[in-house]
Ligand binder design. Structure first.
Ligand code: SF4
Length: 349
């Protein structure tokens, strides 16, 4: 079966990206805005906060999107979103936002991502993202928890000091303005947005508009951070890079890649809409592309939206690694796409 690009509507008009589309068209509240209307009990100890968070998270799964279609009720004194902010600020004091688990106090120290305070490298209406997302108000944060040797954005991802320090209130104003100008979503990326999660939660708490949040990430978050995203992010735009730990360690300097990223894809699939990107690396179709596609198909199903990307170019330090020192060949791209079609994926962008 041959699939054309952007044919989601033909294939699966209601199931695919359904909640994202409803929020994008302002027919229902985003997850994060719904969270801001749900009352929560305010505790001081982290354990109690988590207990309260998990209680509400379970209910949220049962009642979203029904509650999100009822419109704006009045704001409680302390909300589920406030609770997420409070937990994130606690985590920040001994940082385990991602699986690097540096446990440094980010108020005074840097961990292995090198990020202390958020710096925005750029923000604009992106028209180069996937068709259901554009125009996408994309906010690029400087810094990343990965050190990919071929990073296309290395000038910001490996330089967390590159950018403008913006206050949460200022960024929230920009997000609101972009929404009224026609953005379909706000798209947090980098580098990676994960080291900035507390700042992003606080920023959205100040936003007035109803806009879907896109979490555009390598998905190497800790389970705690994934749980905070649940009930906050509307769409996970994931970058599934490697089919094994050896390639991840060699090319991105990360450990336990497969276990962490497969776990988080399962969590994200339950928590919101999802588009999975996979950048085909030259000479990595057998060891990375095919195992990734097999795993997605067998664990998440054929209707997941996938984007198999061929725009890899050997930049940054890639020329030092012979296997990735060229773009993927046409044959490699055709092999990757044919494999996805043969597995039975029905939503290939
Ligand atoms: S975000 Fe990750 S890499 Fe950065 S300090 Fe926290 S745990 Fe370490």
């Amino acid at each position: 079966m041959t699939l054309k690009a952007n044919n989601l509507k033909e294939n699966n008009p209601k199931k695919v990206l359904q909640n994202y589309r409803e929020v994008m068209m302002n027919k229902q509240l985003s997850r994060w805005k719904t969270a801001s209307f749900i009352p929560a009990n305010n505790f001081n100890h982290l354990e109690d906060m988590w207990r309260e968070h998990e209680r509400i998270r379970e209910e949220f799964h049962l009642f979203y999107p029904e509650i999100a279609r009822k419109g704006n009720p009045s704001k409680p004194e302390f909300s589920y979103l406030d609770l997420k902010v409070k937990i994130a600020e606690k985590i920040f004091e001994s940082c385990v936002l991602c699986e690097m688990k540096c446990e440094v106090n980010r108020n005074s120290e840097k961990g292995s991502c090198g990020v202390q305070y958020p710096q925005v490298a750029s923000e604009f209406m992106h028209i180069g993202e996937e068709a259901p997302l554009v125009p996408s108000h994309t906010i690029f944060f400087a810094g990343c928890n990965f050190q990919c040797i071929y990073c296309q954005n290395w000038d910001i991802s490996q330089h967390p000091e590159e950018g403008m320090p913006l206050s949460e209130a200022h960024l929230a104003d920009i997000i609101d303005r972009r929404r009224t100008q026609g953005s379909r979503n706000v798209n947090f990326v980098g580098g990676d947005p994960t080291p900035h999660l507390p700042f992003i939660l606080k920023t959205m708490r100040l936003s007035r508009e109803n806009v879907p949040v896109v979490w555009n990430s390598n998905l190497y978050l800790s389970e705690e951070a994934m749980n905070l995203l649940d009930g906050f992010a509307d769409l996970y735009l994931t970058d599934f890079k490697y089919g094994n730990d050896d390639c991840a360690l060699r090319l991105s300097r990360v450990h336990h890649y497969w276990e962490v990223v497969t776990r988080n894809h399962k969590l994200a699939w339950q928590a919101g809409d999802m588009i999975i990107r996979h950048l085909v690396l030259p000479n990595h179709v057998q060891c990375c592309t095919k195992p990734i596609l097999r795993w997605i198909y067998h664990n998440l199903g054929p209707e997941v939206v996938i984007n198999i990307m061929g725009q890899y170019r050997p930049v940054y330090g890639a020329c030092r690694y012979e296997d990735i020192s060229r773009p993927p060949s046409r044959r490699e791209m055709e092999e990757a796409l044919a494999y996805a079609r043969d597995l039975g994926f029905i939503n290939i962008l």
